[in-house]
Ligand binder design. Structure first.
Ligand SMILES: C[S@@+](CC[C@H](N)C(=O)[O-])C[C@H]1O[C@@H](n2cnc3c(N)ncnc32)[C@H](O)[C@@H]1O
Length: 244
């Protein structure tokens, strides 16, 4: 393996998120976390997961994946509007997980399964060719140069995603950090299994109608940083390997 590839693989194992917990949870929130994950949680991921459509009580027409859903605004919005789609959602920040589990309960949503951890473990356990759309919205920016290698979107993540995305799947990524946007576009350019179909600035400067604003987009706009809304197409090249 080349030194570059070796380094990329080492960086891929670095922690890409900040805190796992915010304020101390109340007894009610503890119960939502434990009971909610028992009903709507996913895992463990040490062994391969069953085919994703079997994780739901109905047969979803497609399965979409949201990585780092934060407060869950986008996830819940999409799940309410697309009841026939199954959503797999990964987030290590437990306060966000509690928010989403609360919404699932209160809104009686049948179509979300939550993985309360690092998506990279989840991706290894997922069957190949199973996701038709994936979202990574405002991944942690890690603005200090010495932390930049912790950024989640990297050549190694694209390769892990490529294994689970079907031919023709869409990968949506948003960021308001220009150095991160440039890194993402370089990684897509160098990965032969993704193409960027945008033609004009409006294609990445304007958020499509089927994509609601998230908390981090609002923060970016508040700080007068222009978000980029990228949409990439996945091209399946060869047969994907099974990982665990
Ligand atoms: C800046 S926040 C954005 C949250 C939300 N998507 C939004 O737009 O408001 C980035 C989120 O990604 C999550 N995250 C970071 N690394 C992750 C990983 N390896 N797997 C899953 N989520 C991750 C963080 O915990 C955090 O909640």
């Amino acid at each position: 393996m080349s030194d570059d590839k070796d380094q990329q693989n080492q960086d891929y194992e670095l922690r890409s998120y900040g805190r796992r917990r915010g304020r101390k949870r109340s007894a009610r929130q503890d119960a939502i976390f434990d009971d909610g994950l028992a009903r709507w949680g996913l895992g463990p991921t040490e062994t391969a997961l069953p085919a994703l459509e079997h994780l739901f009580a109905f047969k979803p027409s497609e399965v979409w994946l949201e990585i780092g859903f934060g407060g869950g605004e986008h996830l819940i919005w999409q799940a309410e509007r697309n009841p026939d789609i199954g959503f797999i959602a990964a987030e290590p920040f437990e306060d966000g997980v509690v928010k989403v589990l609360t919404a699932i309960k209160e809104k009686h949503l049948q179509n979300i399964r939550v993985y309360p951890g690092d998506v990279r473990q989840l991706l290894r356990a997922m069957a190949p060719d199973s996701i038709t759309r994936a979202f990574i919205l405002f991944p942690d920016p890690w603005p200090k140069a010495r932390h930049a290698k912790r950024r989640l979107v990297s050549p190694a993540l694209l390769s892990a995603l490529s294994r689970v995305l079907v031919q023709g799947a869409e990968l949506r990524i948003a960021t308001d950090i220009s150095s991160y946007a440039a890194e993402i576009l370089a990684a897509i350019h160098n990965d032969t299994s993704f193409i960027w179909e945008a033609n004009r600035p409006g294609d990445w400067r304007n958020r499509p109608d089927d994509w609601p604003e998230t908390r981090y987009e609002a923060k970016a706009r508040g700080a007068e940083r222009q978000p980029n809304f990228f949409s990439f197409r996945h091209l399946r090249i060869g047969k994907p390997e099974t990982e665990v």
